[in-house]
Design a binder for this molecule. Sequence first.
Ligand code: PMV
Length: 324
Amino acid sequence: MTKRTARAVASPNIALIKYWGNRDHNLRWPSNGSISLTLGGLETRTTVTFDKTLPTDRLTVDGLPPPNSALLRVSEHLDRIRRIAGIHTPAHVESQNNFPAGVGVASSASAFAALTLAGTAAADLSLNPKELSRLARLGSGSACRSIFGGYVEWHAGETVADSYAEPLAPPEHWDLIDLIAVISREHKRVGSTQGHTLADTSPLQSVRVADAPRRLNICRDALLHRDFPTLASIVELDSNLMHAVMFTSTPTLIYWSPATIEVMHAVTTWRAEGLDVCYTIDAGPNVHCLCRKQHAHQVEERLGYLPGVINLLRAHPGGPASVI
Ligand code: PMV
């Protein structure tokens, strides 16, 4: 057969306890474990076609050819899949997002989770979820969490082979809502792959990493007991710790805009007024406002009045990545 095609869908995820820095950059073996929520309603759909008539790999994202660096990263991931399958066939990859890429909504997580599923299915491989998570991790660290739905934990691992994600609780365990306050649509200047390599230049990184098991325990327990106040304080602390490492890296990494801080202030004020909402920020200026479903409407309305917020995306606990 000259062509073999498969299609997969995956959602991005928001880290509640963040991954920042690696023990091994090439293998994306993280310095610390992390916990996330898979974001239903946002998705990447990817088709992989292995085609013997193609001279080289081809990639389109949202209908357009992306920069060469993106094609190279996708080709490297296809090489991992080809190596396992024992094939050499070039592939055509078409990827479509229903949310803006490169603005801190972790498009690489859903992109590499969908690519891993579609690529392995098109290559006729049948890997179990743990193997898929480990493979997705090599494309983009946070992608290993997007293989699963709901609340997910990525174990840093004693060895690199032990570094994969597992589900903590299914999506229906707790109907939290993530309201993403979009501050900018500009593509970020320093991607997370490069950012991770700077983490160890900060004198705060070792302290952040040493304290990670404690934060993971608090976050896991708060999720399992649906304890919002405890979750809110550990999620904000963890986000602030990661950004403190970024601020104190050499060179300095500042992803925030003035409007980012405006939303952070507003969220903590609203929580003091009785709304169950907290903030967390990835490697971009946008603010993820995590709230209880019964307060989501009020938070959404209030975010809409903040001048720096140019758009709002809404996500709910989503399902696992799947072949479609
Ligand atoms: O998986 P990467 O390389 O895109 O890094 C993700 C980094 C953060 O989004 C900032 C934190 C996380 O755990 O998702």
